[in-house]
Design a protein around this ligand. Structure first.
Ligand code: SIN
Length: 291
């Protein structure tokens, strides 16, 4: 295995979130010292990007496991990778024999991954294989919002008001664009009953606090009437996605990008046509119960 530490460069995006890590070839394997620097950059920047990677599914899975156990693929049976059904999900609008080969509607509303589970993923790791373009410009950008910076920017009276509150997360609450995710979410409702997580959660590695609440994912706040809870959830959600907290990722095939679901919310833009092929592989790292 190559020691890649000497060539590693971390370039922050200049936005509230995100950094590109240069000088790493994931397929070569990553020694412990280099990995430590990558993990620190991940915890610090919330989103990290490695461009121009040529990796197999196994490389992707091995890289994921460096950060912890592979998290459950909650949509397994629907859009699982045929060779790695327990580890990898396929995101794609490509059809084979009339059926989508992956989830065509992943992430088209703001969310943090699998917050409807007891232990939402620490990280989500995507590897881009095909990215749609128009006139040479990539389409289907993904937007990332820094929910820790958003928390820190709140006025003190709002911080005091939301301190100790817990929100109810529901798998079927998602206002998804397409039919497929709605169908999937409805069918998984029994397997994933509502869970309760703090509205302000603490990062398990850095101790940083972030907002962990999202309109369309949270259906209420414990001990609060719906009339009071839903506008509060909406206001906090709108605050998180203010432009000042956002990094917009313009994809290239060969990008490997990973984000921290504790501090980051994301949205995949669907500004491409049904025939514009998009193919991405996705893994998740199991996280801790939010506290
Ligand atoms: C997701 O929400 O996991 C999908 C993001 C994307 O397709 O860019």
């Amino acid at each position: 295995m190559k020691n890649q530490n000497a060539t590693l460069t971390i370039l922050t995006s200049g936005r509230a979130i995100g950094a590109e890590i240069k000088g790493i070839n994931i397929a070569d394997g990553i020694d412990d010292e280099t990995f430590k620097n990558i993990e620190d950059a991940f915890n610090e920047n919330g989103v990290i990007v490695f461009r121009n990677q040529q990796i197999t599914e196994q490389h992707h899975i091995d890289f994921t496991k460096r950060f912890g156990d592979i998290g459950p693929n909650t949509f397994a049976g629907y859009h699982a990778h045929p060779k790695f059904p327990n580890e990898m999900l396929v995101i794609s609008n490509i059809k084979k024999d009339g059926e989508y080969i992956g989830n065509p509607d992943a992430g088209h509303t703001w969310h943090t991954d699998q917050s409807y589970t007891e232990r939402p993923p620490r990280a989500t790791i995507l590897y881009a294989i095909e990215i749609p373009t128009r006139d040479g410009k990539p389409l289907g950008d993904t937007l990332y919002a820094n929910a820790a910076a958003a928390y820190e920017a709140l006025p003190q009276d709002v911080k005091t008001h939301i301190d100790g509150l817990k929100a109810v997360h529901n798998i079927a609450a998602r206002k998804r664009g397409g039919d497929a995710p709605k169908r999937v979410n409805e069918s998984l409702k029994d397997k994933y009953p509502d869970v309760i997580h703090p509205v302000v959660r603490t990062h398990p590695f850095t101790g940083r606090k972030s907002l962990y609440v999202r309109e369309g994912e949270c259906i209420g706040i414990v001990g609060m009437s719906e009339e009071e809870a839903l506008p509060l959830i909406k206001d906090l959600s709108n605050h998180i996605t203010k432009d000042e907290f956002i990094y917009r990722h313009q994809w290239q095939p060969g990008d490997l990008i990973m984000w921290d679901n504790c501090t980051v919310q994301h949205l995949a833009l669907k500004d491409y046509e049904p025939d514009d092929r998009r193919l991405i592989h996705r893994t998740v790292v199991l996280g801790t119960k939010p506290f």
